[in-house]
Design a protein around this ligand. Structure first.
Ligand code: ADP
Length: 589
């Protein structure tokens, strides 16, 4: 229904009804008043006529002994000028007791019978005897004048009253309709959400004031609501933007309506090129529309199934492997409104899995070689031992011993790895002479270094205090670093081991510097990862990819120290271990 028409019509109807009722009431009052006054005037006039006739009759009572002709002359003399000067008297007649007209002014004065509105007769009494009668005709001219003047005045008064009433009613109607129109405009603006609109009127009515107050309050509420909503939205946006997993929201028509920064980063796309496009158009690093088939599969699966089991698949984007999960999205009313794609970067897990597989094959290979050597040597000794001289037998035994040691070290490495990795052990420490430990290790590895004609030198800068360390685990750290330095150095490239006190006597550090094959920049931050081996070295040099990971675990997790590497390909590497001199008493044996 049109609000404007409804208001104005109702208002107009009321106003015009009141106008008609008011006019009718004023008209009726006017008619009754005029009628009453007319009746009163008529009554008074007839009383006036009676009195006048009686008075005239009194003037004709003393004619006892006078002849009829004389009577007529006297009456003519008495009343002629009276009638002429009095417009209200049209005629006077005198009749004797036999009802014979003795005198009639009509005889000598012209009378228009139509002018006579009232004729009154009065008996003439003399000495208690009726001697005749007087008839007076009245024109009613005076009363007519009074009546018409009164009527005009009253009419004027009522007309003025009606006019005032009408003008007041109409002007209030106009004023009200103007205010209502204004109000209507304001309400309309508020209904379109323009809170705070103010009605401008010359005379501020209560309604306008109330409206303006309401509008002001609404605007305040709106501001508060907007602030609240913005806050909530910002919070949600911040949450969405800060989560490390990618989130893509698509509407019912596959248009991307939202994508957080993690998803853009993972898929290597720009927001402006991605938002509002169809998700199916995304092309992965193999040039495939990787979402196309999966979205079809998602749409073909009944909602009740897909709700508990989202469609999952992997995407290759750039150098990343991403796990994508598509789940349906519902409104508060449980209507299906689109779907959400969650992206998880599983590059690392994929790499680790790959590395694990390589590790298993490497370990199997590493184990098989010494076991084969051991079996061959032991078999030979068992079956043909008597054929060999003592020196050959000794050489055989040494080889068996070395291979057994290698096997032992490798098995220990693997066991230590799982022990240290689980983090359930406490490595008790004691203040130890680090230089002695370094010397012992250099000596025990000397055979290996000699094989490659490598000289290992130890240099210490000043006095090195005893360091709180777990001897067994530190022993393995030093052994690992030294054996790597030998393993990854060509023949004849010497190794330098140094040690010093640093950082205001708070730390002791030692470095193992080789002049070997070095490590390329892109591998530097990965060589400490478990199972990681530099690709080119894996085929020629034996290893498990566990050594440096154990070094890092031992130093950083169990000794609160640090291990760093500096390296240049084909020039050599320097591994530096930094150990704190002061540790918690509880950590000591
Ligand atoms: P592994 O030696 O058994 O392969 P590590 O964890 O000890 O495993 O070392 C990881 C990788 O780091 C090695 O595969 C090797 O490529 C590289 N690396 C370690 N030490 C050196 C070094 N001194 N010089 C050059 N490369 C090294």
């Amino acid at each position: 229904m049109n609000l404007k028409i409804f208001h104005l019509n109702t208002q107009a109807k009321i106003i015009f009804t009141w106008l008609i009722i008011g006019s009718v009431i004023i008209g009726i009052i006017a008619l009754i008043s005029i009628n009453n006054i007319q009746n009163k005037l008529d009554k008074n006039y007839s009383e006036f006529a009676q009195l006048t006739t009686k008075a005239i009759a009194a003037q004709t009572s003393d004619f006892e002994n006078v002849s009829e002709e004389q009577k007529a002359l006297i009456l003519k003399d008495r009343f002629s000028s009276f009638i002429e000067n009095n417009e209200d008297i049209s005629f006077i007649e005198y009749k004797d007791k036999n009802n014979k007209i003795i005198y009639s002014s009509k005889k000598h004065l012209p009378v228009n019978d139509d002018d006579t509105v009232l004729s009154v007769s009065s008996p003439v009494v003399f000495n208690n005897n009726i001697t005749g009668s007087v008839i007076v005709g009245l024109t009613g001219k005076g009363i007519k004048l009074i009546s018409s003047t009164t009527k005009k005045t009253l009419f004027g008064i009522f007309a003025l009253t009606w006019l005032t009433f009408t003008v007041l009613l109409l002007s209030s109607f106009l004023l009200m309709s103007k205010e209502l129109k204004n109000l209507y405009k304001g309400v309309k603006q508020i209904s379109t959400g323009q809170f705070g609109v103010k009605l401008e009127t010359e005379n501020t009515g209560e309604l306008t004031d109330a409206f303006n107050d309401m509008s002001k309050i609404l605007s305040k509420y709106e501001e508060q609501n907007i602030e609240q909503l913005t806050l909530e939205r910002n919070k949600l946006e911040a949450v969405l933007m800060s989560i490390i997993n990618g989130v893509i929201v698509c509407d019912n028509f596959d248009n991307i309506v939202l994508a957080n920064s993690a998803s853009l980063h993972m898929l290597e796309v720009e927001e402006k090129d991605f938002i509002n496009t169809k998700i199916q158009n995304y092309i992965d690093s193999h040039g495939q529309k990787c979402f196309l088939e999966k979205i079809e599969e998602f749409k073909d699966t009944p909602l009740n199934i897909i709700e508990s089991k989202p469609v999952e698949f992997n995407i290759e984007a750039g150098k990343r492997t991403i796990k994508a999960m598509i789940s349906p999205m519902f409104s508060k009313q449980q209507d299906y409104v689109g779907y959400i794609i969650v992206l998880i970067d599983i590059t690392r897990e994929t790499e680790v899995n790959k590395l694990k597989n390589t590790f298993i094959s490497n370990v199997s290979h590493e184990l098989r070689t010494p076991v084969t050597v051991l079996r061959t040597y032991i078999d030979t000794l068992c079956h043909n031992g008597d054929d060999f001289d003592e020196d050959t037998k000794k050489e055989f035994m040494n080889t068996i011993d070395n291979e057994a040691k290698r096997l032992h070290t490798m098995v220990n490495d693997i066991l230590d790895f799982s022990r240290l990795e689980s983090g359930n052990i406490a490595l008790k420490k004691e203040y130890t002479n680090l230089i002695e430990l370094l010397e012992q290790n250099i000596n025990s590895i000397k055979i290996l270094a000699d094989e490659k004609n490598i000289k290992i030198t130890l240099k210490k800068a000043g006095e090195i205090p005893k360091v709180p360390i777990n001897i067994e685990s530190m022993d393995r750290v030093i052994r690992n670093l030294l054996s790597n330095a030998i393993k990854y150095s060509p023949d004849g490239k010497d190794i330098l081991v140094t040690s010093c006190v640093c950082d205001d006597n708070k730390y002791v550090e030692f470095s193992v510097k080789d002049n070997g094959i070095g490590i390329a920049k892109e591998h530097l931050d990965k060589i400490f990862d478990r199972f990681y081996r530099v690709e080119n070295a894996t085929h020629t040099i034996k290893g498990t990819g566990l050594g440096l990971h154990l070094v890092k675990l031992t130093i950083e997790k169990y000794h609160n120290g640090s291990v760093t590497v500096e390296s240049k390909e084909n020039e050599g590497s320097t591994f530096t271990v930094k150990l704190p001199l002061n540790i918690d008493e509880n950590e000591l044996i």
